[in-house]
Write a protein that binds this ligand. Structure first.
Ligand code: COA
Length: 333
């Protein structure tokens, strides 16, 4: 028993914000952002939420597969920006789709959330407990960006991408690898809720220790950059090794869309043609857990990926977390 991707979908908010508009908020310029990141614009939510984007991407994937909501028995959403702590985004998606058959599960693994979710769903399908899964990466990072911090606010965007993964006799997902290093968690943080428990406040020797931390992204950009290059290389090498294929036979690599320079560095270090890496960060920025399925859907709709072609998906991000997958492309609807 294997799992394979049979359809993709995506959704982004209507509003596009260009670099020049950000230069009106912080001390930056189009030239700096393009040169240092490759990004020109990103979609920003105004009325959309993480769950509305996730549900819209899921509907498109279901439509592409010619399936109805109740054909799905697992809904997984990878996100670091859920609408609520409960209900989960996956439960909200279930309600929006009118599905009654699925187990719903959110997964937090930073920008690696989609590849982590693919690994979990693939394992559940191969174990026989699930027949067909919707795996969605969805974010509204605009809610947790510090819009006064030029080091971070130029990097992120909002959106969602989804795939339908189903049980198959033919090999589809050939390998999934994941790693984590919690000791380096402070390199990229979005703090949780402030503690308003009166006993904790009383017990705190230093009032500042429980002062509400601003729930915004903070990051050591250069440290993340260094980590990312090694993480992508390991994920590619390890997933190709387990899949039993040579990296040179991969048709397209879809990396997490964080920075063109990270991808350039990996390509040159590993001797891989730059064109093998698919990027759309120019138009979407870094959409965290949404970035890989968003790019996969765009690629799938833009060109016909040959059936049987090998694709590699590679993620890295907060936690620290990283991982990848090699898949053999199936006929998509
Ligand atoms: N506009 C103009 N100047 C900016 C700026 C901006 N938006 N952001 C930072 N700068 C300035 C810095 O303040 C610094 O100025 P200084 O030299 O006077 O101190 C200068 O540009 C260089 O900063 P530096 O951090 O060295 O730039 P960089 O080349 O490393 O690029 C990142 C910064 C964030 C683009 C890059 O490190 C990066 O992409 N890292 C990975 C981030 C990432 O992928 N995060 C998500 C992971 S899931």
């Amino acid at each position: 028993m294997f799992s394979r991707i049979v359809a993709t979908g995506s959704s982004v908010p209507e509003l596009e914000v260009g670099n020049d508009e950000l230069a009106g908020l912080v001390d930056t310029s189009d030239e700096w952002i393009v040169t240092r990141t490759g990004m020109s614009r990103r979609h920003i939510a105004t009325t959309d939420t993480t769950s509305s984007l996730a549900a819209a991407a899921a509907r498109k994937a279901l439509d592409a597969a010619g399936l109805s909501a109740d054909d799905i028995d697992l809904i997984m959403v990878a996100t670091v920006t859920p609408d609520n702590f409960t209900p989960t985004v996956s439960c909200q998606v279930q309600a929006a789709l009118g599905n009654t058959a699925a187990t719903c599960l959110d997964l937090w693994a930073g920008c690696s959330g989609f590849v982590y979710s693919l690994r979990v769903a693939d394992s559940m399908i191969r174990a026989g407990g699930v027949h067909r899964a919707l795996i969605i990466g969805a974010e509204t990072l605009s809610r947790v960006v510090d819009w006064t911090d030029r080091n971070t606010c130029v990097l992120f965007g909002d959106g969602a991408g989804a795939v339908v993964l189903e049980a198959s006799d033919e090999p589809g997902v050939l390998a999934c690898v994941t790693r984590s290093d919690g000791s380096r968690g402070n390199v990229l943080r979005i703090p949780g809720l402030a503690n308003s428990n009166p006993w904790a406040i009383k017990a705190a020797s230093d009032a500042d220790a429980i002062a509400p931390p601003p729930s915004v992204i903070s990051m050591d950009g250069q440290e993340v950059f260094r980590f990312a290059v090694g993480a992508i290389q390991w994920s590619l090498e390890e997933s190709a090794r387990i899949a039993g294929i040579d990296i040179s036979s991969i048709y397209r690599i879809i990396p997490h869309q964080a920075n063109n320079r990270i991808i350039d560095a990996v390509a040159s270090r590993m001797g891989i043609e730059r064109d093998v890496f698919y990027t759309n960060l120019q138009r979407f920025g870094n959409t965290s857990a949404a970035s890989i399925p968003l790019a996969l859907d765009e690629l799938n709709r833009a060109e016909s990926i040959p059936v049987g072609a090998y694709l590699a998906l590679v993620g890295f991000g907060g936690g620290l977390t990283w991982g990848g997958s090699v898949i053999r492309w199936a006929q998509t609807a």
